[in-house]
Design a protein around this ligand. Structure first.
Ligand code: PHE
Length: 439
């Protein structure tokens, strides 16, 4: 396989791990995981989730990393190296990543606003009304989305080492520090124990088909599988790096941060008798309501939104590196040119997405506004589809042994079987339930 000279490589092992964990740990960990865990039976869910990660999702994760590492190419080049006709699948990853960027960056813009209003101590009495009027206003969210985009792209322009690796090395340790502070704070609130009990009390009656699908969908999204990210990050790995060990470190850290997020949110929500919901409502309405009721609430609010900002920022960087690397290596252009093109494309997509919460709200695709539509097609269709394609291409064409991730024969045989049969079937069921069989 070809080793293109002058291709960037991670300068250090820790730099690579932090960047990969930075990509995995995102809004999915903080506002989706705690809610799903609570809804589907607390620690019973956690157990099932870990089994699914271990037996279904760790495989595509290892394969994506190893595919990039072995070919030393981003997604288009990696698929193209198997057969030029397969380049199409690489471009499908690029399109998926670009669509995700266009709605993820909008949330990045909202976070900037919430950091500002809390730091400047704005008095907001009704967060529900404030949130709706803010996201639907025509100008400010567009400006903030653009600022967030420019901030992210700044590090993409600076490249893999001076940009991506550098910023992850700063943000990820701070992220850990802030989440620990907030967890301690949450656990010292009155009635916190009830929240922890609810979270960790196993309720095995809640294990059913729907829960399994929720766990599967959540693990794909949270581990950033099927977006081409692990492929491109894997392609910057040095030869001596151990792929399987790195993959499990990413999985372990991602799960740890998801559990910490739950420990941060449940005790506080129980203490204040508030309902825990998922998505925008949790971060932008429920929690700000709690902060408004406590002494020094605005300090905690700023910490919380900075935490979310770091989570979103490091994930956003990884998502735009996918199209950027694809343009650099397939059109043979400079990083600056590629990053400029990606900035323009994401900007052109993100502005209508921002406005779809307000003045463009009437424009619907399959009954959804643009924001929800992009979220829906990526999570329910494109991510599982890209992952199935990856499993089939590696499992049946490249062959697992050729990516040389496993040394032990028995482990290899089990993983090969899982990769060829179990993961693709499980993901096909996920797509069917998310689309045609949807109630
Ligand atoms: N793993 C991320 C999360 O949990 C998902 C993601 C990665 C989203 C990269 C966008 C970009 O939020």
């Amino acid at each position: 396989m070809d080793n293109t000279p002058n291709r960037p490589e991670w300068a250090s092992r820790i730099g690579f791990i932090l960047a990969a964990v930075g990509s995995a740990v995102g809004l999915g960990n903080i506002w989706r995981f705690p809610y799903i865990m609570g809804k589907y039976g607390g620690s019973a869910f956690l157990l099932v989730y870990l089994l699914i990660i271990l037996f279904v999702c760790s495989l595509p994760l290892i394969c994506e990393l190893a595919f990039g590492k072995r070919t030393k190419k981003e997604s288009v080049g990696a698929y193209g190296s198997v057969n030029p006709k397969l380049k199409f699948f690489g471009w499908l990853n690029v399109v998926t990543a670009t669509i995700i960027a266009s709605f993820y960056f909008v949330i990045g813009g909202w976070l900037l606003n919430y950091i500002y209003v809390n730091a400047a101590k704005f008095v907001i009495t009704d967060y529900d009304a404030y949130f709706s009027s803010f996201v639907s206003s025509p100008v400010l969210p567009c400006i903030l989305t653009t600022i967030f985009l420019l901030m992210v792209m700044f590090f993409i322009f600076r490249g893999v080492n001076k940009g991506i690796e550098f910023i992850n090395k700063i943000m990820m340790p701070l992220f850990l520090l802030i989440i620990i502070i907030l967890c301690i704070f949450s656990m010292t609130l009155p009635n916190a124990a009830a929240g922890l009990k609810f979270m960790f009390m196993p309720d095995f009656t809640k294990i059913n088909g729907e829960m399994l699908l929720a766990a599967l969908g959540q693990s794909l999204f949270t581990l950033s599988i099927g977006m081409g990210i692990l492929l491109v990050y894997g392609s910057y790995m040095t030869k001596k790096e151990n792929t399987v060990r790195s993959a499990y470190m990413i999985i372990f850290s991602d799960t740890l941060f998801a559990i910490l997020a739950a420990i941060m949110i449940f005790p506080a929500a129980f203490s204040f008798g508030l309902d825990v919901n998922s998505g925008a409502g949790l971060a932008f309405i429920t929690l700000p309501n709690i902060f408004a009721q406590i002494p020094y609430g605005n300090v905690f609010a700023v910490l919380f939104f900075v935490l979310l900002f770091f989570a979103a920022f490091t994930s956003s960087i990884s998502i735009v590196e996918v199209p950027t690397a694809a343009l650099i290596e397939n059109l043979k252009i400079s990083r600056n040119k590629a990053a400029a093109i990606v900035s323009v494309v994401v900007f052109v997509l993100a502005i209508p997405v921002t406005l779809s919460m307000g003045i463009f709200g009437k424009f619907k695709l399959f009954g959804l506004n643009l924001f929800d539509f992009f979220d829906y097609i990526t999570s329910n269709i494109l991510l599982p589809l890209n992952t199935i394609i990856l499993c089939v291409v590696i499992g049946w064409f490249v062959k697992l042994r050729n990516i040389r991730a496993f040394r032990n024969k028995t482990v290899y045989a089990i993983f090969n079987f899982l990769l060829r049969f179990v993961t693709p079937v499980a993901l096909t069921i996920l797509i069917l339930f998310g689309t045609v069989l949807k109630k």
